[in-house]
Design a protein around this ligand. Structure first.
Ligand code: HEC
Length: 194
């Protein structure tokens, strides 16, 4: 009798542990799909805003889009989806844009896959990881440098004097220059508890 009762008593614990350790493949796939859609939407919206600001006032005018609009657009999407969203880079401009260990590994993987010939538009990666409160879904989408990006992230000689002056004033610790088109500028990083 006793062992049976023990087994029964432990069953819910075992089931719970099972749930926590392995979210179903369907749930993971659905989460990846949602992250991909959210990232795609954000990139499109931000790209549109950037283009519009560049056309009206050139790159110096568009700095405000990257500074204020990007976090604002991300915050709106975060509220809608319950995801945490940020942009990070090993050579960050925003002092808060430093990648953590998972993001650093993701960046290294994405760089390798890009070098191996994968298409930049669809270059992303995701994983379910252990976090303090349980399992967490993590997603990273490569933000690949396009010619337009080099106005503000390219080699120093690509940057206009106005852009240089504005960046120096607003980002004294800026590391985000020297990028050539086709290289990964950073990642859009998304996380959500599972
Ligand atoms: C008009 C200037 C400008 C252009 C053009 C521009 N950026 Fe930025 N970018 C910035 C600024 C300013 C920041 C810092 C924003 C902030 O304060 O969070 C930034 C930040 C970033 C970040 C966040 C990581 C970091 O370094 O802080 C990424 C990633 C990024 N840009 C990618 C791109 C990509 C990819 C393109 C081209 C599609 C691009 N940017 C075009 C000015 C620009």
């Amino acid at each position: 009798m006793k062992p049976n009762r023990l087994v029964l008593a432990l069953l819910p614990v075992a089931l719970l542990a099972g749930c926590a350790s392995a979210p179903s493949a369907e749930k993971q796939a659905a989460m990846a799909d949602e992250a991909r859609k959210t990232a795609g939407g954000l990139i499109q919206t931000l790209g549109g805003e950037l283009k519009a600001a560049m056309t009206t006032g050139g790159p110096a005018n568009a700095i405000g889009v990257c500074k204020e609009k990007a976090p604002q657009i991300a915050a709106e999407a975060a509220q809608r989806t319950g995801m945490k969203i940020k942009r990070v880079s090993p050579k960050n401009r925003n002092p808060k844009g430093v990648p953590d260990a998972w993001e650093t590994q993701a960046l290294a993987d994405l760089d390798k896959r890009l070098a191996a010939g994968e298409k930049p538009e669809t270059l992303d990666t995701w994983a379910v990881v252990d976090a303090a409160g349980g399992k967490e879904f993590r997603y990273a989408k490569a933000l690949v440098t396009q010619p337009v990006c080099t106005n503000c992230h390219g080699p120093a000689e690509n940057l206009s004097p106005e852009v240089k002056a504005k960046l120096a004033a607003e980002y004294p610790d800026d590391k985000a220059i020297g990028y050539a088109p086709g290289s990964i500028r950073g990642v859009l990083s998304i996380r959500k508890p599972m």
